[in-house]
Design a protein around this ligand. Structure first.
Ligand SMILES: CC(C)(COP(=O)(O)OP(=O)(O)OC[C@H]1O[C@@H](n2cnc3c(N)ncnc32)[C@H](O)[C@@H]1OP(=O)(O)O)[C@@H](O)C(=O)NCCC(=O)NCCS
Length: 250
């Protein structure tokens, strides 16, 4: 598995949190069981061109969980790239290079005192981690841009007419749908640690959208725990991807 395009800068110049992002690709179509990297290797950029699926004496393996042993190669790679970013961001805050375990519901188990969020597509991964003293909620989502043929049949599942009415005239419908899909997933990840239950895409509604931020409003009858709250998210399009972040400071 080859890692490239690494980034350490927090998106949207967010402060008091750590972010790590990378691009990744499978080598020889092999299904990776583990990734061999370390904070020192990442910082030195010494991983460039290396296949990190091969054991290295200076790196403890980051392994896939048992329940991913039967997963296809790209799913294993996504997990490993997301976890690598998350572990690196956590290490920058805590000084500890430690595994981030998985709840049975698939959400990550952050060490006490920290919160974070992970997202990946088939070629890119990102993780945000912060101290609970600085942030109350974190949610990140990266989506590969849908094309118009895919967007049309998915629209009713993701948005209502009142939300579609907020689409800027210069934003193609597929880009708009990718953005709102991504924003609702980032919202879901950010509020999941409090709610611990599934939410539908119509349980939260787009109320405002501008060139860099948007506002989501939970439907009180669907999410009574969040009645009266509104959630501001940051967004941007990057090449053929959309990035959304919900970062709620304390
Ligand atoms: C959890 C979910 C948001 C993940 O989205 P995805 O498109 O599969 O993938 P992403 O790469 O963006 O995010 C996946 C990562 O999110 C994290 N994650 C998974 N479930 C999570 C949860 N319940 N809460 C927070 N984070 C979660 C994991 O780290 C996961 O990666 P991993 O399995 O490799 O560790 C999505 O699969 C889901 O279940 N959605 C529920 C419905 C929904 O989004 N509703 C929105 C309406 S508010």
């Amino acid at each position: 598995m080859i890692i490239s395009g690494t980034q350490n800068a927090a998106p949207f110049a967010l402060t008091a949190l750590e972010a790590r992002a990378c691009a990744f690709a499978l080598s020889n179509n092999e299904a990776p069981d583990a990734l061999f990297c370390s904070p020192a290797l990442w910082q030195a950029g010494a991983w460039q061109g290396l296949d990190l699926s091969y054991p290295r004496s200076d790196c403890r393996p980051l392994s896939i969980p048992d329940k991913l042993r039967g997963a296809v190669a790209i799913r294993r790679a996504e997990f490993l790239a997301g976890r690598l970013c998350a572990m690196l961001a956590l290490e920058a805050l805590s000084g500890k290079w430690e595994d981030i375990a998985v709840h049975t519901d698939r959400s990550p188990i952050w060490p006490a005192g920290f919160i974070g969020s992970i997202s990946h597509t088939k070629s890119r991964a990102i993780a945000l981690v912060a101290s609970e003293a600085h942030y109350a909620r974190l949610g990140v989502d990266l989506e590969a841009m849908m094309d118009e043929a895919r967007a049309a049949p998915l629209a009713r599942m993701i948005v209502e007419e009142s939300e579609i009415a907020l689409r800027p005239v210069d934003m193609p419908f597929a880009a708009f749908l990718t953005l709102i899909f991504s924003a609702k997933e980032a919202f879901y990840k950010a509020v999941y640690p409090q709610l611990r239950r599934f939410l539908g895409f119509h349980d939260v509604r787009l109320a405002r959208l501008d060139h860099a931020s948007l506002l989501l409003v939970p439907q009180a009858e669907k999410i009574p725990e969040l009645a009266g709250s509104t959630f501001s998210l940051l967004w941007r399009f990057e090449d053929d991807h959309c990035l959304t972040v919900l970062a709620e400071p304390r």
